[in-house]
Design a protein around this ligand. Structure first.
Ligand code: MEV
Length: 479
């Protein structure tokens, strides 16, 4: 008997352009960041023939249909006997790139459903072809953002997709929604017509924007917030010149600058959707208040979220346990909420597995997805779901990630602050010599290290260890 495979769910983040909109369509680079709100696509087998597409609240199924068609064409197969459904944490009106996110997540889900190991760049190419077949225009920056996550420098068609390490502690981006939906395809076509008429003027604007993008990359990497803010303002001036701003956008941009933002601009095609401001944390509530007072809606997202990734079936609705600093439960919030708000301390676990030779097992995160690709980290790590104890979560994660079932020993508990979230970490050890069956979707390899080997390896700059695992290894006195 053929076993029915369990449903596959894949989530992809929305995006916001930090610099370079419109010019990117003409071959200049842009800088885009993924956001913490995600869109999930699930596929499950069905007895009925055909593909049943269920998209509650979304009437436009063209991008899913185009994704299936491109996938079938690329691999000369027919997708059949399945149900494809979607769930989004964000409205398609915000300009967060829901078409790109649904396309990227559908192609990745189809790859897992048909058991094909497809490199991320190929997933980008198939997704880009699908999006172009529906809307005819677009640089593909939004697809790259949904797939790669983080903040990237992008060139049209995926010629360049380079991660940018953003380092601006004490500062955040605030996003204001105008309430007006932008028609991206129409605006891109209008800009193209304008360029035909006034080619020199428009190309001068694009060259200037391209230059701002390269300066912004440097400023983001160097953590020069005031320069980043100034460059956002310059970029906005050129977009205004291009004729793609609007009264409402200008009102929200001016309000946020008056309230203390270091810089602000529209994000995306313009004429509506959202604006974005760079704000010192102590001015955040002033800027948010000013945006709301000017008729905008503040969208509470953080930037630089993970790219496309496999999720459990109802991952987005999964509730995490929120605690105070003494680990007393104060409520339950969704994964999305916890990953967008550093004040929501939520429970998590880490396990360090040791073998009979007292070596420690570390896992190398997959190169193709997730934040910190290629980093080495603890043997097992994950979140504690509502109704679960720390220990139950540890045992479940051990089965899911490295394919073994063993008992765990509690070591200690501590709070760990990441760039986008805060976790109450329970650290466990476990004993096993393997064999291990690492989840190939998350993990490139697992390896045992002796103490000396690990200390030596840490001196090699090409070996990257997550800060959290460094802390865990210190706490069991391994390093
Ligand atoms: C739209 O969000 C951004 C544009 O640059 C179009 C594109 O790059 O596809 C205007």
């Amino acid at each position: 008997m053929v076993q029915k495979q369990s449903p596959i769910s894949v989530s992809a983040p929305g995006k916001l352009l930090l610099f370079g909109e419109h010019a990117v369509v003409y071959g200049y680079p842009c800088i885009v960041s993924s956001v913490s709100d995600r869109l999930t696509v699930s596929i499950e087998e069905s007895k009925k023939s055909g593909v049943d597409i269920q998209t509650p609240g979304v009437s436009d199924q063209r991008f899913i249909r185009a994704s299936i068609a491109e996938f079938e064409k690329r691999f000369s197969i027919t997708i059949d006997h399945c149900i494809i459904s979607t769930f989004s944490e964000f409205s398609s009106s915000f300009g967060f790139g829901s078409s790109a996110a649904v396309t990227a997540a559908t192609i990745k889900a189809l790859a897992l459903f048909t058991k094909k190991n497809i490199p991320l760049k190929d997933i980008f190419d198939i997704s880009y072809a699908a999006v172009l077949s529906v809307q005819g225009v677009g640089s593909g920056f939004d697809i790259a953002s949904s797939l790669y996550g983080g903040t990237i420098l992008f060139e049209a068609g995926g010629k360049r997709i380079d991660p940018i390490p953003v380092n601006m502690p004490g500062h955040s981006f605030v996003v204001g929604y105008t309430g007006e939906k932008a028609d991206t395809v129409a605006i891109v076509r209008e800009v193209a017509e304008k360029r035909q008429k006034y080619i020199e003027k428009v190309d001068r604007i694009f060259t200037a924007i391209g230059d701002i993008v390269l300066q912004a990359k440097k400023a983001l990497e160097e953590g020069d917030e005031s320069r980043v803010g100034t460059l956002m303002n310059f970029n906005q001036e050129y977009l205004r010149d291009l004729g793609v701003s609007s009264e409402k956008l200008e009102a929200l941009i001016a309000a946020s600058k008056n309230a203390g933002a270091l810089g602000a601009k529209l994000t995306g095609a313009g004429r509506g959707d959202c604006m974005i401001a760079l704000v010192p944390d102590e001015k955040k509530s002033d800027v948010e208040g000013a945006i709301e007072k000017s008729g905008g809606t503040v969208l509470r997202v953080t930037l630089g979220a993970d790219g496309v990734k496999r999720a459990t079936t109802d991952d987005q609705k999964e509730l995490f346990i929120v605690v105070d600093k003494n680990d007393t439960v104060i409520g339950y919030r969704s994964r999305g909420d916890c990953h967008a708000d550093k004040t929501l301390v939520h429970r998590a676990i880490n396990i360090l597995i040791l073998n009979d030779k007292e070596e420690v097992l570390l896992q190398k995160r997959s190169m193709t997805k997730d934040t910190q690709p290629g980093y080495w980290t603890t043997s097992v790590g994950g979140h504690v779901s509502k109704e679960e104890t720390y220990e139950e979560a540890a045992v479940r994660e051990m089965i899911e990630e490295v394919g073994i079932q063993d008992s765990v020993v509690f070591v200690t508990k501590f709070i760990f602050v990441f760039s986008q979230e805060t976790e109450m970490e329970a650290l466990f050890t476990a004993r096993s010599n393997g064999p291990f069956y690492p989840n190939a979707d998350e993990i490139d390899e697992v390896k045992f290290f002796t103490k000396n080997e690990l200390i030596r390896t840490l001196l090699d700059p090409s070996f990257k260890l997550t800060e959290l695992s460094y802390e865990c290894l210190k706490r069991i006195h391994f390093i």
